[in-house]
Design a protein around this ligand. Structure first.
Ligand code: HEC
Length: 165
């Protein structure tokens, strides 16, 4: 095979890959999405009580968001209800949303590295789970009072540093 042929073969592969905008829906995609959500830790924040119960939350409640806020210099954020958020979005819109910069402690820079196929699988899993639960409280900017419990993530001076001062 000449260099030119090899190059064109590569082009064709790239073009074919680029033209596959949506991943296949179905049981395989949903199972893959469930697996990814489980190992990537999405439930840790987006499912109520998941972390304190070591994951002992029925799947019907998975990814329905949380009213436990995370406070830091960024204000107070709440993990949104992903099962409601995904409603009405196309797969491409979901993938674009998942790659947006977000406030802490959402590890958006990790999610951004997921392949289209993996983000698509999560999309199909969320759609398969269906809408459930309520919308999470809205983001509150720094200095704004909130009516929910929250975890204070403000870095503190170490106890030992205070003790020896
Ligand atoms: C450490 C807690 C945490 C983990 C783990 C986490 N999230 Fe989030 N997520 C959040 C918070 C908090 C927000 C809201 C950020 C904001 O207000 O800007 C958020 C926002 C989002 C949004 C944006 C929704 C919107 O309407 O704008 C998406 C999508 C999302 N998360 C998906 C995921 C997925 C998928 C995973 C697993 C790979 C995951 N998150 C893991 C805390 C987390």
């Amino acid at each position: 095979m000449s260099t030119t042929d090899a190059f064109c073969g590569f082009c064709l592969t790239a073009l074919l890959a680029a033209s596959v905008a949506a991943s296949a829906a179905g049981p395989d995609a949903e199972a893959r999405g469930r697996y990814l959500v489980s190992v990537a830790g999405c439930n840790d924040c987006h499912t109520p009580n998941y972390m304190p119960t070591s994951g002992q939350v029925p799947e019907e409640q998975w990814l329905t968001g949380s009213e436990l806020g995370f406070r830091g210099p960024w204000g107070t954020t709440y993990p949104p209800n992903l099962r409601l958020r995904v409603q009405g979005l196309s797969e491409a819109e979901w993938i674009a949303l998942a790659r947006q910069p977000m406030r802490p402690p959402m590890p958006w820079f990790n999610l951004r590295e997921m392949s289209d196929a993996d983000l698509g699988a999560i999309y199909h899993y969320l759609r398969g789970l269906g809408a459930a639960g309520q919308a999470s409280p809205a983001y509150a900017p720094p200095g704004t009072a909130v009516a929910t419990p929250y975890i204070d993530m403000t870095p503190r001076v170490a106890d030992t540093a205070v003790a020896t001062r």
